[in-house]
Design a protein. Structure first.
Lengths: 818, 125
């Protein structure tokens, strides 16, 4: 029978224990996890990018729901354990769920320290520890106003930068004279302070908080008062002054604790069947908050659970990076001054570079890098290896490219690293493991290497090194651009570009190319249309559409055909037409000698073979009959196909034609990442074929079943069900919100079914069906954008817009050359 | 001899005015027709002008309708990339189109070299 492993807590450390356990001994234990937070295991290191808007929660999930299912792990979300009965070997949750264990892991993490000043318990005073804190901060930041962050350490500064990025006025209060004094020396602390101040973050050092002052009604905070009497206005106060191990549960169970749960090098508590890992642990008088030692603990624990011999946990030098976009800062080891210590310092004020190495006995013991942190990992390796640097001291500060006279080629530096050189500090992955995995498992993409080795899978700062290793190992076969970049003009992926357009408020194509360091002068036919769409979508009121960055169909508002002529499809709302419309079409066909007239799959009439010069005149005649553009050429809303519904059909349950017309009239003119085709069927017989559309509706007696993510083109795929709503108006709101979500997140040319698969159907349902506020916000943004999009491009051109597009510049006589 | 005259000497031949430079959108093109011959006249991002036959060597797509980037255009039909300077297909694709001398005159008008119209030159580097 399998042994039972129970884990209290679902943070990164126990997550890693299980990763290692399942890799080596997947069948050894039945695993049950009690998680006080109502969610899966996510990457806490990446909370700051979530706060600043550079990443979304979904992007920082380490183990999604499927992982637990795949590995047969029972994850009890929102179940806080309140009791460990060591005699009965059981744990019990607040809600009374009890589980028996053979081995127990306590991973209760840490609690943020709250300074007990008056007012610390007011609403509007937050800590910065988990996703709930981030969500609360984002909510507060929505209404703008002033934020005060107490604590100028790693977390405090990341919180401050994130809140600033979200549009708040931010003041940082720090008790000590310089920022991040535990990781930085004074000089780097000042450099950091001036960088942050230049971004508009107000920083007060030596500031001792005395009191948080309430609003008159006690419903929130008004200001923070310092010991010297200064008052700083605040609508939000974030305390980020540190963490303390959460050891109470273990203590109540009679395990030995001090500041944290005491463990031996094998991560065993005073009860041999109970292990503790993570931030709740105290080892050799020290507690830990950075990810590298926590993952080391996890590795040891996994070995112990398998009964493997191991070296046990040992305390070692730690490296830190600040995750604030645009601030490059790295520190490792110990850099306090001392009589036996020497230092090497490089300053380049103009470029904002500061590098300091602290040496002792011809070895590096500490490093602080600011502005240029590329060599951080190499210096850290020298610290850990205790390398004697006397031979390369003259050039040491310039890093591995020069030290010891090595070649300038960064690849040579990586090639020269020994197999045990650590590449990924977060996950403790060395060069040998990565190279081994690449060759043994035939890995060829960065994602594969991340999946198999975990290298660069946490904070991601060693991604460049991992890519260099792949390149070294695979040679020509490795194409670092294979996965992500949007085109040859940039290394950034579509997601990166979309995120940075918002985060940096880039509002023109040249601004995007300049700021994101495009490698070509004016882009290419891949990135320009994509950027044009992203800017149209993100800044509907401010961005001036660049027609020269659109494909010809969208520039000419018709579909180019193989012989250079065009086809024209007028809009027929919901696929309905009339005798006068048909008569007008017949007249146009005759007048312009249009060779082919065809009914399309989307219930429209297509006129093919029209010369480009004739387009404005064709549109003028169609316009007189009341037609507008059918956008059959657009990466935008194309058609809403309908059946006749309750108007005529004896099976119809709702007015499907009416709803289709309503959706089409509401949404026409909107640009989307790729074309969007919809359909509304009046009953489950589904005559409008709604279940293979981008968005479809199946009317039923009880309301409207909304479907999405179907495909009937290159791929064939039935739709997923979004959900059932009761009224037509609700159906419209849900559909519009879904399309807006896709507009904001889709990669250019990515159809809804691919986008939805990429981000997860459940996530779409969660945001559109379950989160009314989010749905409403998407809906409102779509409505706002439509103010600028719902202009009939045909009538604009009939009135003379873009005349040049439709006529030759000159017609030369055949004698011209003579 | 002033610079303009010098310039003219370097470009001997008959030049036909096609219209104003501003008639061509920046990073865009206009079509010029002469009998069965269609010429695409481009204005690149740095305001230079180029003229090539308006027929992609692949499937005869109208290059004047493509997206202009750098000194190249991407054909609207199947995304071949053609150099505006040499008329040669870029990357793995093989083929070329005729090029025509074209320049911007003194009063910002676009001038096409008439001598090139009847010369059956496939590619002029």
């Amino acid at each position: 029978m399998k042994k039972r492993l129970v884990i209290i807590g679902n943070g990164m450390a126990p997550g890693r224990v299980l990763d290692e356990l399942f890799e080596h001994a997947p069948d050894l234990y039945d695993v049950t996890i009690f998680n006080a937070e109502p969610r899966v295991n996510y990457d806490r290191i990446m909370l700051s990018p979530v706060l600043s808007g550079e990443k979304k929660y979904e992007e920082i999930i380490i183990h999604g729901d499927a992982w637990y299912v795949d590995h047969g792990v029972e994850l009890l979300k929102g179940e806080k354990v309140v009791n460990i009965d060591r005699d009965a070997k059981t744990v019990t949750s607040e809600n009374g769920v009890t589980a028996e264990y053979d081995k127990l892991i306590v991973a209760t993490g840490s609690l943020p320290i709250v300074i007990p000043v008056p007012g610390h318990d007011l609403p509007g005073v937050l800590t910065y520890r988990d996703l709930d804190d981030v969500t609360a901060m984002l909510l507060a930041a929505k209404s703008g106003g002033k934020a005060v962050v107490i604590g100028g350490g790693l977390l405090g500064l990341e919180a401050a930068a994130g809140l600033k990025e979200r549009g708040m006025d931010v003041t940082v209060l720090h008790l000590m004279p310089t920022l991040m004094e535990r990781q930085l020396d004074a000089a780097a602390g000042h450099l950091l302070q001036s960088t942050l101040e230049a971004r508009g973050i107000d920083i007060k050092t030596g500031a001792n908080t005395a009191e948080i002052l309430p609003q008159p009604n006690n419903k929130g905070v008004r200001a923070v008062r310092l010991e010297d009497g200064t008052e700083i206005d605040a609508d939000l106060v974030v305390m980020a002054v540190g963490i303390r191990p959460n050891a109470q549960l273990a203590k109540d169970a009679g395990l030995k604790t001090n500041r944290g749960i005491l463990v031996d090098p094998q991560m065993r508590t005073s009860d041999p069947d109970i292990y503790a890992v993570g931030e709740c642990v105290e080892f050799d008088g020290k507690v830990y908050g950075l990810v590298a030692p926590l993952y080391q603990m996890a590795g040891v624990t996994a070995r112990e659970l398998m009964g493997d011999a191991n070296d046990g946990f040992s305390d070692s030098a730690l490296a830190t990076k600040l995750k604030v976009t645009g601030v490059d800062l790295y520190s490792a080891g110990d850099f306090a001054d001392g009589e036996t210590r020497e230092e090497i310092v490089l300053r380049d004020a103009a470029n904002g570079v500061y590098k300091r190495l602290v040496l002792e006995d011809d070895k590096i013991v500490g490093v602080v890098l600011y502005g240029d942190t590329a060599d951080g990992g190499w210096f850290f390796q020298q610290i850990k290896d205790g390398t004697d640097i006397s031979g390369m001291r003259d050039t040491l500060i310039f890093g591995p490219a020069y030290a010891g006279g090595e070649a300038l080629d960064p690849m040579a530096a990586v090639a020269a690293l020994p197999d045990d050189a650590e590449i990924c500090g977060c996950n403790g992955v060395c060069k040998g493991k990565i190279v081994g995995a690449i060759s043994e498992k035939g890995l060829s993409s960065l994602d594969d290497v991340r999946a198999h080795t975990k290298a660069s899978a946490s904070c991601g700062t060693c991604t460049g090194l991992v890519e260099q290793l792949m390149s070294l190992t695979l040679g020509e076969a490795f194409d670092p651009d294979a996965v992500s970049p949007m085109c040859g003009c940039t290394d950034l992926s579509h997601d990166d570009v979309r995120r940075l357009i918002k985060a940096k408020e880039l509002k023109t194509i040249p601004a995007v190319m300049q700021t994101l360091e495009w490698k070509s002068s004016c882009g290419c036919a891949k990135c320009r249309p994509a950027l044009n769409y992203y800017l149209v979508c993100d800044w509907p009121d401010e961005y001036a559409d660049d027609y020269q960055s659109r494909f010809i169909n969208e520039r000419a508002h018709a579909n180019i055909q193989k012989d250079g002529t065009y086809s024209v499809v007028p809009r027929m709302w919901g696929g309905q037409t009339s005798s006068s419309e048909l008569r007008a079409i017949a007249d146009v066909v005759d007048k312009f000698n249009i060779p082919t007239v065809k009914v399309t799959g989307g219930q429209r009439i297509d006129m093919l073979g029209i010369k480009k010069e004739d387009l404005p005149a064709v549109w003028a005649d169609l316009g007189k009959a009341g037609f507008v553009s059918g956008h059959a050429y657009a990466k935008g809303l194309r058609t809403v196909k309908t059946c006749v519904g309750t108007d005529w059909c004896r099976f119809g349950t709702q007015d499907s034609t009416g709803l289709g017309v309503r959706i089409e009239k509401f949404m026409w003119g909107s640009w989307t990442p790729a074309k969007v085709k919809m359909a509304v069927s009046g009953c489950p017989r589904n005559c409008a074929e709604a279940t293979c559309k981008d968005v479809g509706v199946i009317c039923v007696d009880s309301g409207y079943e909304i479907h999405f993510a179907g495909a009937a083109g290159l791929d064939i795929k039935g739709t997923e069900v979004l959900g059932l709503v009761k009224t037509e108006t609700q159906a419209l709101e849900h559909i519009v919100a879904l399309v807006q979500m896709y507009r904001e997140q889709g990669h250019y040319l990515e159809r809804i079914y691919k986008w939805a698969k990429r981000i997860g159907y459940d996530e779409v349902r969660r945001q559109i069906m379950d989160d009314a506020e989010k749905r409403r916000a998407y809906f409102d943004r779509f409505v706002f954008s439509q103010k600028f999009a719902q202009v009939d491009p045909w009538s604009e051109r009939v009135s003379g817009k873009d005349k040049h597009e439709f006529k030759p510049m000159a017609t030369l006589s055949l004698q011209a050359a003579e | 001899m002033n610079q303009e005259a010098d310039h003219m000497n370097a470009m001997t031949g008959n030049w036909i005015s096609l219209g104003a430079l501003d008639d061509i959108p920046l990073r865009g093109a206009r079509r010029v027709v002469r009998g069965d011959l269609a010429i695409a006249v481009f204005r690149t991002g740095d305001d230079s002008v180029r003229a090539i036959e308006d027929t992609c060597p692949h499937r005869k797509g109208p290059l004047s309708q493509g997206i202009v980037h750098g000194d190249c255009v991407t054909c609207p039909l199947h995304n071949w990339v053609i150099s505006l300077e040499t008329g040669v297909a870029q990357g793995a694709d093989e083929g070329s189109v005729r090029t025509f001398r074209v320049r911007v005159g003194k009063s910002a008008e676009v001038l096409l070299c008439a001598d090139d119209l009847d010369a059956d030159v496939k590619c002029r580097a």
